[in-house]
Design a binder for this molecule. Sequence first.
Ligand code: CUA
Length: 324
Amino acid sequence: MRVLVSLTALSSLSGCSGPQSALQPAGVDAEQIGQLFWWMCAVAVLIWLLVIGFAVYATHINPETHDSRAARWLIIGGGAIAPPVVLGALLVFGLPLLPSLSAPAEDGLQVTVSGERWWWRVQYPTPSGGTVELANEVRLPVGERVGFSLTSPDVIHSFWIPSLGGKVDMIPGRTTRLTLEPTDVGVYRGACAEYCGTAHALMNFQVVVMEPEAFTVWLEQQAAPAQTPQSSLARRGQEAFLANGCSACHTIRGTPADGVLGPDLTHVGSRLSLGAGILPNDAEAFARWIRHTDQIKPGVNMPAFAMLPEGQLTALAAYLSGLK
Ligand code: CUA
């Protein structure tokens, strides 16, 4: 027990805690994986202590004696009996967990996530039978089993929210599935867990677990078309958005912008971060991102608009950050 406590303390100190930690579960599946991890850890520590104990005994306490019976025991017990017993026990303990980890969410919410170089396209069904699309942010109702359909149009990515459960690869041409059930309201972090190119390490997302009522309100807000810009600055920003060809790649529902290559920006101002979890979401960060995409996320598809006059950039940033 003391070993477990020390290991927990050590892991907290070494950065294993926080919003992206498999050791601080906030979901049913992560809890099961966590238990399995700690059991395996405890058994491994026990075996290690036994082996070290025997080694110390043989080399320091009783180095002179050669006992053939003991040697036989060591070979038969250590080589033939112990491994199958230990591995068998872990198998018996771990196998029953598998069906529940992969059990589909029958009638619950179904979210589709597409991993794309280097961001996340997230789609929710709406109560009216439509689809609402957002990017780099997943919101979930607490206490509900949610099914994820995972896919990719380019290379293999891997969808992982350590606080909520295990990771599953997103494979081009295939749909893989994952089911998660968050137990604690909060903000967590998800990441791509499969090397997918230059900006792999910059492919993150936020996961917001909400009370079911708040989640319903949020989804309704996301399904609504974009707000009409209120200030003259934001209106100029909307004009700049359409004039500079941004709408060739981005959709803003309720406006003529209907591009599908890049993230849907209808409510981009309401998200927790920009650039797939790497920048804060404010006008200043928008301006930086638009001007220096190539420096902030090398290899990204969106070209850097370094040539934009300062006035247009400020207006664009005001417009986009105002799309709540
Ligand atoms: Cu996507 Cu790594």
